[in-house]
Ligand binder design. Structure first.
Ligand code: KMH
Ligand code: ZN
Length: 290
């Protein structure tokens, strides 16, 4: 069974002042994703920035970026509905109207560094239902032990498909679980059977926890969203060095990478839905045409 490698080229927080190689504009993000695909990534986890580098849920910017990526490669598109702490929930949720194959679902309100990550229960339920109706596979981002229970409640309410649930165990966000092997193990032990999971290790434990997760049977994610550094004191010169060190890790652990078709199977990605979205002028299917 292959490892699904996700590239996360641009998160919601870091700026080019933090790392000048951070891609922020559509063509820069597309270049980074296409290079990662060539190196073996099968999923692209996407955030967008406006012309000033601020996080945005602008549908035009999203559509342009996804179009540039899809012209270059068939990587599976996973839109972040986390977007950025400053963006209202409704705008974030509207991104699923672009009908990516996957999108993140953040189940709970939480402190996030010095900010606040707003995911009110009723809004999360509405977004989960919309994703279910559109056939968009959620990636469930769990930052704390109770977030897993919140996801399982959504499943029990029928808002999440219980087949091959997909989790990101996020470690290292201030306000969530610390980036320790102990926390990772605790969460892995509690995951439902038959799920697909990866660690999102934010900060300097990124490499170590990614290695531990791979050894435990998880998938992998790499990119500047999660760490700006290749090693202590050395900024990564773009996403590619982080992608390459992960593909080397996979190889050294005697594992193989899943291609896009295998990733689709492993994730049990739903067939495209036929439900019409509310505003057809702003919606069309995006990403891999499989
Ligand atoms: N950077 C992650 C820790 C999402 O993409 O939905 C938080 C995040 C959530 O960006
Ligand atoms: Zn993200």
């Amino acid at each position: 069974m292959g490892i699904i490698l996700t590239v996360a080229p641009t998160g919601p927080i870091a700026t080019t002042a933090d790392n000048p190689h951070l891609p922020t504009q559509p063509h820069e993000i597309a270049d980074a994703v296409a290079a990662a695909y060539t190196a073996g990534a099968s999923v692209a986890h996407l955030h967008f920035r406006d012309g000033d580098g601020r996080p945005t849920a602008d549908l035009g910017i999203a559509r342009e970026t996804i179009g540039l990526i899809s012209d270059r490669c068939p990587i599976l598109i996973q839109l972040s509905t986390g977007v950025g702490l400053s963006v209202p929930f409704d705008e974030r949720a509207a991104l699923v109207e672009l009908r990516p194959r996957m999108a993140t679902l953040n189940p709970c309100n939480m402190s996030f560094g010095d900010g606040e990550f707003r995911n009110p229960p009723q809004e999360v339920r509405r977004l989960a239902a919309r994703m279910r109706d559109l056939g968009i596979k959620p990636e469930l981002e769990i930052y704390d032990t109770g977030h897993l229970d919140a996801c399982l409640r959504l499943r029990d309410e029928g808002l999440l498909d219980d087949e091959r649930m997909q989790f990101s165990i996020v470690l290292g966000v201030r306000g969530g679980m610390a980036a320790t092997a102990d926390n990772l193990l605790t969460m892995v032990r509690r995951l439902p059977a038959d799920c697909v999971w990866q660690v999102v290790a934010v900060g300097r434990m990124n490499l170590n926890l990614t290695a531990i997760a791979l050894a435990l049977g998880g998938n992998a994610r790499a990119g500047l969203e999660d760490t700006l550094y290749l090693r202590r004191g050395e900024l990564s010169a773009g996403n590619q060095p982080l992608i390459e060190r992960t593909t080397e890790l996979v190889c050294n652990l005697d594992l193989t990478l899943a291609n896009v078709e295998e990733a689709e199977r492993l994730l049990n990605l739903p067939a495209r839905a036929t439900v019409s979205a509310p505003d057809v002028s702003t919606t069309r299917e995006v990403g891999h045409a499989g």
